[in-house]
Design a protein around this ligand. Sequence first.
Ligand SMILES: Cc1cc2nc3c(=O)[nH]c(=O)nc-3n(C[C@H](O)[C@H](O)[C@H](O)COP(=O)(O)OP(=O)(O)OC[C@H]3O[C@@H](n4cnc5c(N)ncnc54)[C@H](O)[C@@H]3O)c2cc1C
Length: 397
Amino acid sequence: MLKETGADCVFWNRRYDKAERDVDAGIKADLTARGLTVASRGGRLLTEPWDIRTGAGGYYKVFTPYWRALRAAYVPPDPLPRPASLSGPKVKSDSLSEWGLHPTRPDWAGGLAEAWVPGEQGAADRLAEFLDGPVSQYPDLRNRPDRESATSRLSPHLRFGEIGPAQVWRATRHGIDMGHLDESGAMTFLSEIAWREFSYVLLYHNPDLADENYNPAFRHMPWRSDRDAYDAWSEGRTGYPIVDAGMRQLWHTGFMHNRVRMIVASFLTKHLLLPWQMGEAWFWDTLVDADPASNPASWQWTAGSGADAAPYFRIFNPITQGRKFDASGDYVRRWCPELEDLPDKYLHAPWEADAATLKVAGVALGDTYPHPIIEHALARLRALDAYDTLKQRRSAA
Ligand SMILES: Cc1cc2nc3c(=O)[nH]c(=O)nc-3n(C[C@H](O)[C@H](O)[C@H](O)COP(=O)(O)OP(=O)(O)OC[C@H]3O[C@@H](n4cnc5c(N)ncnc54)[C@H](O)[C@@H]3O)c2cc1C
């Protein structure tokens, strides 16, 4: 490329994952040795992960004070004027279609293609649509997986740099300042953008975030090893409809609603007592927004081993979570159509229905839909026992 283009400078946006940093450092050293001008700049984040410091000079390990500090410090830069023209170098190039990147046998990407419009325009349209209405109800509806447009669905676009967080911040702030946006809804939305930033702070200062427990006490956790349980979880066959709906949505579209991500992650690490790294790896392989910072930080947060994490003993009940956040059952009915005809009352716990109700709904447990892989009350006690073991082992160590 260098020879073909005659380039004498190379610029790029910084990346923060350890493997990416190593690759980029190698390229930088190599190009510098060849006498090129090389520079990397921030672009993926609002601030660099080393910029915002606590009074003592360290990095923030708790989100709320981090958010306060970020809000106080951050002013989005003014965008540069659009260049009148961009004359790229003339290089020979393959056409993308020649690379045969689209899966064909089988074409597992059909659901992804239906759900997403990749690219800068797709990202800009999503942001505009979201700020045009849903943002005002964001604090009330953001936990409802049945309300698809209640959240921005910008995550894959942010992940691949099709839109930057500074653009999102600027447009949102502008709407607030002009009186077009309700401040509380809009600031709740920006606080989620700040969770993404916070995850990058954690990743930068803990390069092994995807492998190692942030809280080292979790090395004492007596995780189980159970391939069948893992397969049932990843394939959406646990017998808990809200979990199965989430895992199937993920497989089909590459996305899962945030509330459901928390439910399925809690289910894997607490009900099934399987290590959070297994779930992190599955999400990494299947999410369209799979992110080197947000994914491990969120998994560790849910598992209890992370920074500012949900306590391990807070175990989501998949039945009450489903009833609360998918009360009408629209989400479960969409992704688990075999349960479609069950009355709402039983939708999140089909085994509670009597035989006649199941029959009328065409549900045969163990045949058309699985029995629960583990009973909730039992799983909860087992998880709490495991946590006690962790505590005992930690004090004995
Ligand atoms: C177990 C688990 C794994 C996750 N893995 C990822 C991942 O790989 N990539 C990813 O982008 N998000 C991840 N998240 C966070 C969150 O679920 C998604 O960012 C969110 O669902 C994306 O939908 P949205 O764009 O409509 O979000 P919105 O609610 O519209 O939020 C706006 C943006 O803020 C950011 N954001 C929102 N919530 C979070 C959060 N909790 N942590 C970090 N950033 C957040 C995202 O960039 C998102 O696009 C994970 C959450 C959990 C519980």
